[in-house]
Design a protein around this ligand. Structure first.
Ligand SMILES: [Zn+2]
Ligand SMILES: [Zn+2]
Length: 285
């Protein structure tokens, strides 16, 4: 069994407003739990460390003693929850990070800098948990026990973004990260997401907003739906919601996507949403 939880679904900037309570305002963080794993297979994968990571750490503090972190890129909305992830402060916990360097220094240096004074009062060097950082190429795949990881590069300013595919015992979940499919990467995402059970994809802008935002690094629902249909995706979740979009606007965004999607189920991801694959009954909340 595999369980996907979206802890942060807002893009660009955390959002707090009474008009955004249904979808939430935490920035990007996804958790994928794998069940019945052997000792070579990670049982908890966390994609991106946006502010949604803080709530994940709070809700599951007692049960988390390790995780595999997959990073899409290093923009603030994808790392800002990292210093507030409580399990980092547990002695004996072990966390591994995989990410493509986005400058000459790489993932570890960026997270270290984020926690360096005067940015933050606790240095990464004094954390009691064990952190292992591995830089990866911008395209590739690897097998970790029964988990197959595949990834490819998306178009996103200024220096790209990783889309990740996770396959475990016949189930497949794909996350596109931040991606402007109109300017590149659509074919790569189509290949990565082929026959995926779930594609979670950046669809930040409404169709009428996009012409004024070309080059800003994000997609619209129609661009994402087109790729998902070509890839024969089973279910599409829209994410990286714009911080200016309230709940009603996001409802309209999803409704517009559904009109284009035909038989493929499409909905907005929201903070705290879980989907189980392989359970006796598929659960969604
Ligand atoms: Zn982002
Ligand atoms: Zn970004």
């Amino acid at each position: 069994m595999l369980k996907l939880t979206t802890w942060g679904t807002r893009g660009s900037l955390p959002t707090t407003s009474t008009r955004c309570v249904r979808y939430g305002g935490a920035t990007t963080c996804l958790e994928i739990e794998l069940f019945d794993t052997d000792s070579n297979t990670p049982n908890r994968i966390i994609i991106d460390a946006g502010t949604g990571l803080a709530e994940l750490g709070r809700r599951k503090f007692s049960e988390i003693d390790g995780a595999l972190f997959l990073q899409t890129h290093l923009h603030w909305d994808h790392i800002q929850g990292f210093p507030f992830f409580g399990p980092l402060f547990k002695a004996g916990a072990e966390f591994r990070f995989l990410g493509a360097p986005r400058d000459s220094t790489g993932l570890e240096a960026t997270l270290r800098e984020q926690m360096r004074a005067p940015n933050f009062p606790v240095s990464l060097d004094i954390l009691p948990s064990k952190l292992v950082f591995d830089d990866i190429e911008r395209q590739g795949s690897m097998l970790l026990g029964e988990l197959r990881l595949s990834w490819d590069e998306m178009h996103h300013p200024s220096d790209g973004c990783t889309a990740w595919a996770l396959e475990y015992r016949g189930f497949k979940v794909v996350f596109s990260g931040d991606a402007e499919l109109n300017l590149g990467g659509a074919k790569a995402l189509e290949a990565l997401a082929q026959n995926a059970d779930i594609l979670v994809a950046d669809a930040q802008y409404l169709e009428h907003e996009y012409p004024a935002r070309v080059g800003w690094g994000h997609s619209t629902p129609s661009q994402v739906v087109e790729v998902a249909k070509r890839a024969s995706v089973q279910r599409l979740l829209l994410t990286h919601h714009d911080p200016s979009h309230d709940d009603d606007t996001l409802d309209q965004k999803a409704e517009g996507a559904r009109l284009l999607a035909g038989h493929m189920p499409v909905s907005n991801a929201h903070d705290g949403m879980s989907i189980c694959l392989g359970a006796p009954l598929a659960l969604a909340s």
